[in-house]
Design a protein around this ligand. Structure first.
Ligand SMILES: *Cc1c(COP(=O)(O)O)cnc(C)c1O
Length: 434
């Protein structure tokens, strides 16, 4: 499978794209074609892991071999998405049953297995800054892979104690550094490291961020599972509308790839919070990012989503392939809806009345779905985080108590293994070279 750089159009292999992350001139790697299943009914009847192997083989078998693809998928996907009926016509696709209790586990674990295989004997250092979520998914995904060293920076005292327990208690190849500064100073340190020629000539650095194409490929698989389980209720008579809570738009990009592979989806809802650059773009065709606004769905506080470029590339390509009409960027395919914090809180309450507890990001997606559904339609909203991850918010909005799952319970008694460093680049460099 060749991928092209969205800026320079040069082609690279999947292995190169995964190792590079970002292309030259800050171009994103995009698939040069999307494989299509002609036997979709059969595919949907397969069990999750086997089907995911089939999906990933269709992209990667030619380059890395079928049995390697199967291995990567089997090691990465050690947990399942679950489709749960939340209201009569709306189903939650719960993607949070992985080790860090967020959907990012799918992408991070798949990427970790890819890098582990592609690195060979080479020793790689993953360097990343986190304000919470990504750190936990990355740490868990790479834990115990011995040719990869992971170094995670986070602002000391500025992430929730629970978050800290989740990724700073692992040890082995996971190194966590509490930086005396804020999140921006962590990001600055990471940027400085990546542009330090001297450092980069001595160690092999990779960022493992969400721009990596391997993450998006992995995320295609759960859309298939969602539609397969939706069929348990509706057969193939009703096609689901799928609502995605969007931040950087990686999740939605994967959804469009799945649809192009012939997954039957009626349309997608791109649900955002007040950071509504994409919904406005869909209405006016003008790209006008505003300053980022903090909201209660903070994992989606992004006003210049980097993966949007991939969505644009995809629609352009599909219009050429499908010779036109069914891949227009219009309301039949994609509906942009921006949802306020007040609406998100109301959606949490509405779901709770039906007996379903959702954290804010998930509730926002359900709100987007309910606004979009017409009579005779039914749909799926993606549930991107476990309620326990947003315990305080849920307790405040719903007035109920949320209990921690075993995994968090256990982590909360473990010892924090982080080292504290100053926000001075010299101390990071010393650490990296030690
Ligand atoms: C990252 C994240 C999102 C946004 O996903 P994108 O792929 O960046 O659009 C939504 N919800 C939660 C809980 C997240 O952590």
């Amino acid at each position: 499978m060749k991928l092209y750089n969205s800026k320079t159009k040069e082609l690279v292999s999947f292995v190169e794209a995964v190792k590079l992350g970002l292309g030259r001139e800050r171009g994103l790697f995009c698939p040069s074609y999307i494989p299509i299943f002609t036997n979709i009914d059969e595919i949907l009847e397969m069990p999750f892991v086997m089907r995911s192997q089939k999906i990933m083989r269709s992209f990667l078998e030619e380059e890395i071999g079928g049995s390697k693809v199967d291995d990567i998928v089997r090691k990465a996907f050690t947990f399942m998405p679950q489709l749960v009926r939340a209201t009569p016509r709306m189903f939650a696709l719960e993607l949070y049953h992985g080790p860090s209790l967020a959907f990012k586990d799918f992408g991070a674990r798949f990427m970790a297995q890819c890098l582990n295989l592609f690195a060979g004997k080479e020793k790689i250092t993953i360097l990343t800054a986190t304000s919470g979520d990504t750190g936990a998914a990355v740490a868990d995904a790479f834990f115990g892979l011995d040719n990869i060293r992971v170094v995670i920076l986070y602002p000391k005292g500025k992430i929730s104690p629970l978050q800290e327990k989740l990724f700073c208690t692992l040890g082995k190849n996971i190194h966590t550094l509490a930086v005396e500064g804020d999140f921006d100073s962590c990001q600055d340190l990471v940027k400085t490291a990546f542009s330090d020629q001297d450092l980069c000539s001595k160690i092999k650095l990779n960022s493992a961020n969400s721009i990596n194409i391997s993450r998006l490929f992995a995320q295609i698989c759960y859309y298939f599972e969602g539609v397969a389980r939706f069929r348990d209720y509706y057969g193939n008579k009703v096609l689901p509308v799928i609502s995605v809570p969007c931040g950087n738009f990686g999740n939605l990009t994967a959804g469009f790839y799945a649809k192009a592979m012939s997954l039957p989806v009626k349309r997608f809802v791109a649900a955002t919070n007040a950071n509504d650059t994409v919904p406005r773009f869909l209405n006016t065709n003008k790209w006008e990012p505003h300053k980022t606004i903090p909201t209660m769905t903070n994992a989606m506080d992004v006003s210049e989503p980097s993966n949007w470029e991939r969505v644009i590339e995809h629609f352009k390509k599909m219009q050429v392939h499908a010779k036109g009409n069914n891949w227009q960027m219009n309301e039949e395919n994609i509906q942009g809806i921006s949802i306020s914090d007040a609406q998100t809180a109301a959606a949490m309450q509405a779901l709770h009345k039906n007996g379903y507890v959702a954290e804010p990001h998930t509730a926002l997606a359900s709100c987007g779905l309910s606004k979009s559904l017409k009579e005779n339609e039914a749909g799926i909203f993606l549930s991107t985080a476990h309620p326990a991850k947003f315990k305080e918010k849920i307790e405040e909005v719903l007035g109920i108590q949320i209990f921690l799952p075993d995994k968090l319970q256990k982590a909360s008694s473990k010892k924090i293994l982080s080292e504290t460093i100053s926000s001075n680049y010299k101390s990071l460099k010393e650490f990296l070279l030690s």
